[in-house]
Write a protein that binds this ligand. Structure first.
Ligand code: ARG
Length: 467
């Protein structure tokens, strides 16, 4: 039997006869990235130790030494003095070893009735919950910005599109409130995820629970969880919550990519619907005239890595037998990068969107092209007693004529229009105007400025009610 030196001695080294291969040590370690959960790991340890003391498993002195020691470890981490060691494998063993180095015997008792399996499951949930609360704030700020811009533009007319062809006039405010609907659903998905994940795996231990008389309710309460998890096997193997989070993030980034695409189009000189402030754009190193919408382009591009992380986590979990497997260590990098990406993208949009300057005249000019009020003429004829299909036919003929004459429907004279249907009267022009068109869509969910204004007030109340 080879004697192990102190520095080679692992916290789990007892049954081993040779030191870990140095490549394997690096290959299996996670400390370089899971140290992001150090604060949560310490919080979990304090709760666990406190519970052990309540149950008489640790003495009051031991608990106090552990708490003081962990505070010092946290201070070392915060000040950058902590010496992370790859030979300690992960955040859990780095911290435990540092604690024992500081306080001696009591440190060795911290892991009583606990395993890294329930420890890591607890840490990730605590960490993700903290991040979700930050994301919630960014998402709400973005929604407030979108709704605010909608309120300023409740009667700004622009073309509405289907198939990216001019369809009917809408208000810019209405378009923005559609964005808010997407974001509101994202918010509710995020909250669903938070609600379902907020349970405490601590006490599941390695997989089967522990023979110590632990109190799982106490640790759950101390850590702000709603309840302890119900099955120890599931507790240490479940990573659904990370998948659900990445699924929220993927849908959210998909939405942000759609918003990005529209802003990029609108900022182009061909559309010229909006101006993005210079501070959110960059120039070209060769073409002096360029002002590139880099921020929305980058957000659009970043959706790809988030979708990738979702698929990575699904694939990681697929076919894994119960309970914990080392595969699960691979959950962290995709999850961390997803969190970072969502936070950055939401922040960029929350800063940028309120600063968008609409070019109202251009939007309006575009809305008056492309026969966007053709449906209004058909609806007018229905009001005059014609069946909708017949009205559709009449307007189709009028549009064909206008294309031929290279003008809009509203440019045709009353006599010309009456040539297509005798039901048309002088009041038809009220319906062919852009204002007439948008004002007439005055029902729940319609584009009329009055509806946009009340939708915005209601949406803002929802966002404000969150805090
Ligand atoms: N670093 C590990 C992880 O992230 C902690 C749990 C390790 N447990 C074990 N039995 N190897 O999953």
């Amino acid at each position: 039997m080879t004697k192990k030196t102190d520095s080679e001695q692992k916290l789990w080294g007892g049954r081993f006869t040779e030191p870990t291969d140095s490549f394997v040590e690096r290959f299996t370690a996670s400390e370089s990235f899971d140290r992001r959960m150090a604060e949560q790991d310490i919080r979990g340890s304090v709760a666990h130790a406190t519970m052990l003391c309540t149950k008489g498993i640790l003495s009051a002195d031991e608990l106090s030494a552990i708490k003081t020691g962990l505070e010092q470890v946290q201070a070392d981490i915060d000040s950058g003095q902590f010496e992370w060691s790859v030979s300690r494998e992960d955040v859990h063993m780095n911290i435990e070893a540092a604690l024992t180095a500081r306080i001696g015997a009591a440190g060795k008792k911290l892991h009583t009735g606990r395993s890294r399996n329930d420890q890591v499951a607890t840490d990730i949930r605590l960490w993700l919950r903290d991040q979700i609360d930050l994301i919630e704030a960014d998402l709400s700020r973005l929604q407030e910005g979108v709704i605010g811009l909608a309120q300023e533009n409740s009667d700004t007319i622009m073309p509405g599109f289907t198939h990216l062809q001019s369809a009917q006039p809408i208000t810019f405010g209405h378009h923005l409130m559609a964005w808010n609907e997407m974001l509101e659903r994202d918010y509710s998905r995020l909250m669903d995820c938070r609600d379902r994940m907020n349970v405490s795996p601590l006490g599941a231990s390695a997989l089967a629970g522990t023979s110590y008389p632990i109190d799982r309710n106490q640790t759950s309460d101390m850590l702000g969880f709603d309840a302890p998890t119900r099955n120890s096997l599931d507790s240490v193997s479940d990573r659904d919550f990370a998948i659900e989070f990445c699924s929220f993030a993927s849908v959210c980034l998909m939405h942000l990519s759609r918003m990005s695409e529209e802003m990029i189009l609108w900022a182009s000189s061909q559309f010229a619907f909006i101006d993005l402030p210079d501070r959110f754009c960059t120039g070209s190193s060769i073409m002096p005239q360029k002002k590139n919408p880099d921020v929305p382009e980058l957000v659009r591009g970043k959706s790809g890595r988030v979708f990738g992380h979702l698929v990575a986590l699904l694939t990681l979990m697929k076919s894994q037998p119960l309970a914990y497997n080392k595969d699960n260590q691979e959950d962290k990098e995709p999850l961390f990068d997803t969190v970072d990406t969502v936070q950055d993208c939401l922040r960029a949009f929350a800063d940028m969107i309120p600063a968008i300057q609409p070019k109202k005249e251009n939007m309006r000019a575009a809305a008056s092209q492309g026969f966007s009020t053709a449906t209004d003429l058909a609806d007018y004829l229905v009001g005059q007693g014609l069946a909708f299909r017949d009205a559709h036919e009449v307007v189709g003929l009028a549009v064909a004529h206008a294309i031929e004459a290279d003008c809009d429907l509203s440019d045709l004279s009353l006599e010309q229009l009456q040539g297509f249907s005798s039901l048309i009267e002088a009041d038809v022009f009220e319906y062919l105007t852009l204002e007439g068109s948008v004002n007439s869509r005055d029902h729940i969910g319609g584009t009329a400025p009055a509806q946009v204004r009340s939708a915005a007030v209601a949406a803002l109340l929802l966002v404000k009610a969150r805090n």
